[in-house]
Design a protein around this ligand. Sequence first.
Ligand code: AMP
Ligand code: GLY
Length: 422
Amino acid sequence: MKILVVGSGGREHALAWKLAQSNRIQMVLVAPGNGGTALDPRLQNLDITDPEQLADYAHKEQIALTVVGPEAPLAAGIVDIFRERGLKIFGPTRRAAQLESSKDFAKAFMERHGIPTARYQTFSDAAAAHSYIDEQGAPIVVKADGLAAGKGVVVAMTLEEAHGAIDMMLSDNRFGDAGARVVVEEFLDGEEASFIVMVDGKNILPLATSQDHKRLMDHDQGPNTGGMGAYSPAPIVTPQLHARVMREIIQPTIQGMAKDGIPYTGFLYAGLMIDAEGNPKTLEFNCRMGDPETQPIMARLKTDLVSVMEHAVNNTMNEIELEWDRRTALGVVMAAGGYPDDPKKGAVITGIPAENEDSMTFHAGSVLEQDELKVSGGRVLCVVGLGDSVRVAQKHAYDAVDQISFDGMQFRRDIGWRALKR
Ligand code: AMP
Ligand code: GLY
């Protein structure tokens, strides 16, 4: 059978890599893909991004099912378009994707269904937002309502920063429509974890736990990024906490969406903040898998992902269980010079070691040009190491990272530090 993966990042490379391991697969197409998916003989890039044209292609080429990686096509309604044409696709509908595409929708939903999250108010009027911030005091968090490619959140430690964020979003319209409304919310302190599940409309299948590293530099310094590394499992998510998150956050979310007439299908990613007493709150929902969390998670998945996806699109996920490699997987992101503000493109990438038992490299911002791999985006590679402990997984990842080179490359040396500290 042929399967289509929509997207071009490390997440999509990892999903396609895992799907292609199934012996039932004839071809995995990745649209549009990247340099890594171009190099893998079991994968084929497809230069189409328009959802209607992708549906035409899926119909014509008899694609058995489609898996969507990023949020933008989901928010644009790719799942609705495919389903209207009778094509199997795994992801949320446009309306369900509002859990990610509108922070105001997500906050109002959580409030309505009693799902633990930070206190908040939504504003489109700058003066009202400024006076609310003065009332509440700092630290405080300002978020653009819409999708802003990970740049729409300002965690303001001072009132000045918070007022500046309101000016930027509501007065200067720096994010256009996405910032025409802002959510101002309570600052939550604690440790973050990524909690990702698959949902077929009714049944919920949790994936292995993971933790991301958002800041650019070691010791969590520097600007926020899309993620500089991740590992799985995340030891902060104990079995007790796992059960609580399922009971207090995930199940009420899926039931609440069904009750509101917007049944949820697809990956659902709850970004959690866990306080010092171990209480989880929801920072945000993403209606997709995390990047780079997907890379270590897929490196640990032992179950055939094709069969998992078939159950997911046929609403029979209650019939399967997922089996995981017991080892830790740890992924280090190698980013372009200038990332995240102004990534420099064009550098030649050399030295990527062949995949082996202990490590593999997933591509994101890379392109293959006349047999040469070149940097084409901010996060270029995610190098994953596997090992019986976090330390061994980390060593395997960095042994591979140290063989790779491109001009301007940036990466953290401390991925996994929270797990090592435990
Ligand atoms: P979001 O896109 O909403 O997850 O926000 C991006 C990042 O900002 C999160 O991963 C957190 O590190 C931080 N953040 C978001 N909301 C809060 C909050 N209420 N309190 C503290 N940090 C937050
Ligand atoms: N790693 C964070 C995200 O995918 O949103």
